[in-house]
Design a protein around this ligand. Structure first.
Ligand code: ZN
Ligand code: ZN
Length: 52
C-alpha cells in the first residue's frame, strides 16, 4: 500500500481510507485512521465541501 497524505492532518499514512467527496463526487479524500477516529474535518480540494 502506498503512502498518501491525509486530507485532514496532512501527515503521510498507510492506514488511510479513500472516499469520494459526497458533494461533488469527483475529488478523492484521503483520511488517516486517527483522523477518522477523532472525526477531524476534511476539506474537499475541488468544491470546498467540509465534513467529518
Ligand atoms: Zn490525518
Ligand atoms: Zn467536493
Amino acid at each position: 500500500m502506498a503512502l498518501r497524505n491525509c486530507n485532514s492532518c496532512g501527515r503521510q499514512t498507510k492506514d488511510y481510507v479513500c472516499l469520494k467527496c459526497p458533494n461533488c463526487g469527483e475529488s478523492e479524500i484521503v483520511r488517516c485512521q486517527s483522523c477518522r477516529e477523532n472525526l477531524n474535518p476534511y476539506v474537499c480540494g475541488r468544491c470546498g465541501n467540509q465534513g467529518p
